[in-house]
Design a protein around this ligand. Structure first.
Ligand SMILES: *Cc1c(COP(=O)(O)O)cnc(C)c1O
Length: 484
């Protein structure tokens, strides 16, 4: 399997190179040159463990990593650290060290990078740069902490993540980790990281110091491919639970930010998984909702800080990969669209792409709807969901109401409710006045008796190891200060 850039100028790139580089030289994203149709081959193995299934899927793509190394990478990533469950209609993706779904990708990425580095015979130390809206940062820190040959540097918007998310990051231990607060929002942080990657002379300066820069954001193909796995796994679980028959189509509803998770579900379909509709759920930052309704992507607006901060995003990077498929893999067209987004903040897709996008449904949920969804399902079923998951639940309900399509759905449940306990308590009318975030955590437990994930217990007592805050225009300087 080879990889190519969505902007047309790079082809025949090996997976190891694509994983190490993160982003293509022409600014595009790496995509596989084809999608092996695997579903028909593995559908009678529906009782595979998560690790076994991951191996079957991932080995189709990362063919230049030898199979033993790949098996080790998968086991080192997931064994006894990560689990996926299907509970009601929810695909619970948050049973990992950081209690959010990004663990699925970010436990695996360091392990595959380590093997890719070996396959390429690279000697330099690799510095992973990550901009985070909360969850990616912690998951990258957790994944790369103490992995030989790597450093990990995380930038987060100082006032754009929850207290718990911030505490998870600034208490990160490891001899190769660094966390910077940035005075700005997530898009500023992400733009800053993109600028660093685009600055050849800066990268040369860093290279002279013995470092190669790479990314752990969801644009890295090494993060996207492992996410295909949980859709297959979830599908087979539904079959096992008797909710669908093998081969029957389902819908997926995904709380969407950077478009990685929902894109993975589309890639799963390209591999044969029977998915009918991709329901793309946004919060009040509803750029994608408008895009799926009009074909116009327009980021020219203020970012709204919501109770689902990991979805507070105006530029959903991975959408570029979907557009690439929709254009019939026309790199020049994608480059034109992305240039227009960069220069004018807006683009409109062709009729051909619009036609292609009809498998996607976009809508959004506001705070009131999210809050009501959280309390409704708790009152009725004693089941707690977090704010991101609630966005998807609301949008799925809108879809069903509009279309009458009542196929079985898998709703991506992307974070433990205990990552956002304040929002959950206020949705449930639990009085938390004057309590700090950690007391709120305990209060939520006392009221609901839903267990607190072990990885969040004890966070309050950990020492804070990272305190630096830098201006959003000084992200390069921040990096150099750490590498020196
Ligand atoms: C990152 C994240 C999302 C958005 O996922 P994308 O792959 O960026 O679309 C949704 N929910 C939570 C909890 C997240 O951490």
């Amino acid at each position: 399997m080879k990889f190519q850039s969505t902007r047309g100028l790079e082809k025949d790139v090996s997976s190891a190179e694509a994983i190490i580089r993160g982003i293509a030289k022409d600014g595009g994203l790496y995509v596989p040159e084809s999608f092996p149709n695997l579903f028909n081959l593995i559908k009678y193995d529906k009782d595979l463990s998560y690790e076994e299934l991951a191996f079957k899927i991932i080995k189709e793509y990362f063919t230049d990593i030898n199979e033993e190394d790949l098996k080790d990478a998968i086991n080192d990533a997931y064994k006894n650290r990560f689990e996926v469950k299907v509970n009601k209609d929810f695909l619970e993706l948050y049973h990992g060290p950081t209690c959010a779904f990004k663990d699925a990708a970010l436990l695996f990425l360091p392990q595959i990078m380590k093997r890719a580095k070996k396959a390429l015979g690279l000697k330099e130390e690799i510095v992973i740069l990550t901009a985070t809206s909360g969850d990616t940062g912690k998951a990258a820190l957790e994944g790369f902490s103490n992995v030989d040959g790597f450093k990990v540097v995380v930038y987060y918007p100082k006032n754009g993540v929850s207290t718990i998310q911030e505490r998870q990051m600034v208490t990160q231990e490891g001899n190769n980790v660094k966390v910077f607060g940035i005075t700005g929002n997530f898009d500023n942080a992400q733009t800053g990281v993109k600028e660093i990657f685009g600055d050849e002379s800066f990268k040369e300066e860093v290279r002279r110091g013995g470092y190669l820069l790479s990314s752990a954001n969801s644009i890295n193909i090494g993060r996207l491919v492992p996410q295909i796995v949980y859709y297959f796994y979830g599908y087979f679980k539904l079959v096992g639970q008797g909710k669908i028959k093998l081969g029957e189509e389902i819908n997926v509803a995904v709380p969407t930010g950077n478009f990685g998770n929902i894109l993975a579900s589309y890639y799963a379909k390209r591999m044969g998984l029977p998915v009918h509709k991709f329901i793309c759920a946004s919060n009040e930052n509803k750029v994608l909702t408008e895009f799926f309704q009009t074909g116009i992507y327009d980021k020219r607006r203020e970012l709204i800080l919501t109770e689902s901060p990991s979805m507070d995003i105006l530029v959903s990077s991975n959408l570029e990969r979907l557009l690439f498929e929709g254009s019939g893999r026309d790199g020049e067209e994608i480059k034109r669209l992305m240039d227009s987004l960069m220069a004018k903040g807006v683009y409109k897709v062709s009729n051909k792409i619009s036609e292609f996008l009809k498998d996607f449904y976009g809508n959004f949920a506001n705070q009131e709807e999210v809050s009501k969804a959280i309390s409704d399902i708790y009152e009725k079923e004693g089941y707690l969901i977090d704010t991101h998951t609630a966005v998807a639940k609301v949008v799925n309900e809108k879809y069903v109401k509009e279309t009458g399509d009542n196929r079985q759905v898998l709703i991506g449940s992307t974070a433990s409710p205990y990552k956002f306990p304040r929002s959950i308590c206020s949705s449930l009318n639990i009085n938390i006045e004057e309590l700090n975030d950690f007391e709120v955590l305990n209060k939520l437990f006392e009221e609901t008796k839903v267990e607190i994930p072990t990885n969040l217990v004890g966070l309050a007592k950990k020492s804070i190891l990272h305190k630096e805050v830098w201006d959003k225009n000084e992200m390069k300087q921040a990096l150099l200060s750490y590498l020196k």
